[in-house]
Design a protein around this ligand. Structure first.
Ligand code: MIG
Length: 663
């Protein structure tokens, strides 16, 4: 049961397409406060949700801020990352879900100020509130997902492995990556292009000096079963003669400053304008620009910097230079020195800048900060809606950095600029189910870590988790240590781990598609499955992947294994050299499990089945018909619903595409 309450005059986000009639009565569970809502937390309550955020699967004990943020420091005390996902779920004696639908900032104080209280506060009291009742956390998520609409369906090949790095500078360097993977039998379906393929960081251009034969490159790699996936940025470079810029200016498609001039902001290419993604016409125009790359044979994109990220605004920069001038003659002391230092360090992402430009939203002039959380969502929507026109029958890979609930219908997200830290491997695991609750199923982290130098063992352990995330991509920042799977000593081990992914593909694809089509989760906390097992409910380092598999990745350096909790008897499956080398039934309880660096371990749930393919070096090579079956009997017949389809069509029929495997 979903109840909708309307406060003030909420701005339309289109997170919810079919809104239930507003309820008049009292809000169940919660108290309305001056600033928002308040709820008394009981000891047994777990607060799930909030999508992309730091900390636990259980969000209690911290304060989160929903405000899309270009934040490369994912620290324990970070309050917001790139996404704004205002859905949470309380599971304890009470059990209910909550979605605060507003495009502005929302603060979720989940037992931070007062340990036993959850306070939700909004700057302005215009919002739609959805309260969802249900018997179980699973049922509540299903209801909520039904409300916000079906999750994005990527093409099947997008479940393969992708290699990325910021600084593949030329076509030849890209060819080299492909060659190294193929020579080492590292399965590979995608190579990503970061900003270096563009001409002076201009969207929808190709640098013809470094990528002279771009179309040929696309084709050549395609023949090797590899797709090229270019990046698109949220800002459009200001440059005379650049078509996208000139058209945008002429048609009034860019965001305006207070004086009604096109807002000038510094991002990658230097001075930029932001396309007004909230203006229907501008959005349609921007989306159609992707055609330039589609026409070159491109079949997938990642949208970056769309929080939107701001390095500086032109006006602010001018002011700062003036002030710096004044400091030139000063004796910089304890006060003035820090002021001076802050002048430059507070240029980027300055809140004042977000209050200084405007959108034309449904014919109304609206200040950006009021609709901030919609920018990345609407950028990705612009691409997706254009693809529906330009490629009506073909699924295009699409994911974004910034997002809001609703965007999950148009694309996935990657988890952003993490670091090559062991703690971020664990964070990757915890974020998965939280994102799934909010509809973001196609997601994953930069494997090996984006910032900072990785180590070979961290990469291998991270790949061993990444083989279970729908989006599986190795990505790193320019200037960091190379971390392609062939960059270290044990290339064969890396290849073997990635090969396990290709053996798991029928299961992963099947579980993903069923979850998307049935509004369910692909990755679940143990508490969703064993809701009355108090130990399982508190587990933060193991999750379920689909209906049959529990994973318990190793996330500590130099560990030779780890403790694993089994909420019931399960079958351990061990892989070495991508082959199953052990099948052991373990009893309910705690177990120490050896996991050498070159092995992967997973657990199969009683009464469920895991099909394994023989593998392949591209998704296309994987034979869905020859499957080995692994399972643990439960005294009853086991039925597994294997979903499969052509992997590209946009219209999918769930029941027709399911075949039942029975043992
Ligand atoms: O400010 O395009 O999150 O994946 O490699 C950095 C360069 C801009 C941020 C993205 C990252 C990408 C990088 N971008």
């Amino acid at each position: 049961m979903i109840k909708r309450f309307v406060f003030g005059k909420p701005l339309e986000t289109e997170a919810v397409l079919k809104k239930p009639e507003p309820s008049q009565g009292a809000i169940p569970w919660m108290e309305r406060t001056e600033k928002g809502l308040s709820y008394v937390l009981e000891a047994r309550d777990i607060v799930y949700g909030l999508g992309q955020n730091v900390r636990g699967i259980n969000k209690r004990g911290w304060i989160y801020e929903s405000s899309c943020n270009d934040e490369p420091n994912h620290l324990e005390d970070t309050h917001s990352l790139y996404g704004a996902h205002n859905f949470l779920l309380v599971s304890g004696d009470a059990c209910f879900g909550l979605f605060v639908d507003t495009p502005g900032k929302v603060i979720f104080d989940v037992g931070y100020t007062h340990y036993d209280r959850m306070e939700i506060s909004l700057e302005e009291q215009d919002f739609d509130l959805y309260v969802i009742d249900g018997e179980t956390p699973e049922a509540i998520v299903r209801e909520f997902r039904g409300l916000i609409g079906r999750s994005y369906l990527p093409p099947k090949w997008a479940f393969g492995f992708g290699q990325c790095r910021w600084s593949y500078m030329s076509a030849d360097e890209v060819r080299e990556v492909a060659k190294n993977c193929r020579e080492n039998h590292i399965p590979l379906d995608m190579i990503y292009l970061d900003i270096d393929y563009m001409e002076r960081y201009k969207d929808f251009t190709v640098n013809r000096e470094t990528f002279p034969d771009f179309e040929e490159l696309v084709e050549e790699l395609r023949r090797q079963g590899i797709r090229l996936i270019p990046i698109i940025d949220g800002g459009v470079k200001v440059e005379e003669g650049y078509e996208v810029y000139e058209e945008g200016v002429k048609q009034n498609y860019f965001c305006k400053d207070a004086e009604g001039e096109d807002f000038v902001v510094g991002v990658w290419p230097g001075k930029c304008h932001f396309p007004d993604m909230l203006n229907d016409e501008a959005r349609r125009w921007f989306g159609r620009k992707y055609k330039y790359l589609l026409d070159m044979g491109i079949e997938g994109f990642w949208n970056d910097m769309n929080e939107p990220a701001i390095f500086y605004s032109e006006k602010r920069l001018r002011k700062v230079f003036e002030k710096i001038d004044a400091y030139k003659t000063m004796n910089l002391d304890v006060n003035t020195f820090f002021e001076f230092q802050d002048l430059v360090s507070t240029l980027a992402k300055n809140p004042e800048d977000y209050r200084s430009f405007y959108h034309n939203y449904r014919g109304e002039r609206i200040r950006h900060d009021k609709v901030h959380n919609l920018f990345g969502y609407y950028m990705t929507r612009s691409a997706s809606e254009a693809f529906d026109e330009l490629e009506p029958d073909k699924r295009i890979l699409l994911y974004s950095r910034a997002s809001y609930i609703g965007m999950h219908r148009y694309g996935g997200i990657w988890m952003g600029d993490n670091k090559s830290w062991w703690s971020h491997l664990l964070m990757n695991l915890k974020m998965l189910p939280s994102l799934n609750m909010c509809g973001f199923l196609y997601t994953g982290a930069d494997l090996g870590g984006f910032g900072a130098d990785t180590t070979e063992d961290l990469l291998l352990r991270w790949l061993a988790l990444g083989i279970f995330t729908p989006l599986m991509r190795n990505h790193s920042a320019a200037g960091t240590r190379r971390q392609e799977p062939y960059a270290f000593d044990h290339t064969q081990t890396a290849a073997d781990i990635i090969q396990i992914r290709y053996r798991l593909l029928p299961y992963i694809y099947s579980e993903y598609m069923k979850a998307a089509l049935r509004n369910e989760m692909y990755a679940r906390p143990l508490g969703f499955v064993w809701d009355d097992d108090e130990i399982a409910r508190r587990v933060e380092d193991q999750i379920m992947i689909g209906e049959s598999v529990m994973i318990a990745p190793v996330y500590e350096q130099n560990a030779a294994g780890r403790m694993v909790y089994l909420p019931e008897s399960m079958k351990l499956l061990r892989f070495k050299n991508a082959q199953v080398t052990e099948e052991t039934v373990l009893e309910k309880g705690h177990h120490y499990i050896d996991v050498p660096l070159d092995e992967v371990v997973l657990f199969i749930r009683k009464g469920h089945l895991l099909p394994l393919a023989a593998g392949g070096e591209t998704v296309e090579q994987v034979d869905w018909n020859e499957l080995e079956l692994y399972y643990l009997e439960d005294g009853k017949k086991i039925v597994y619903e294997l979903y499969d389809d052509d992997g590209t069509g946009k219209t999918v029929r769930l029941e027709e595409n399911i075949s039942r495997i029975e043992v």
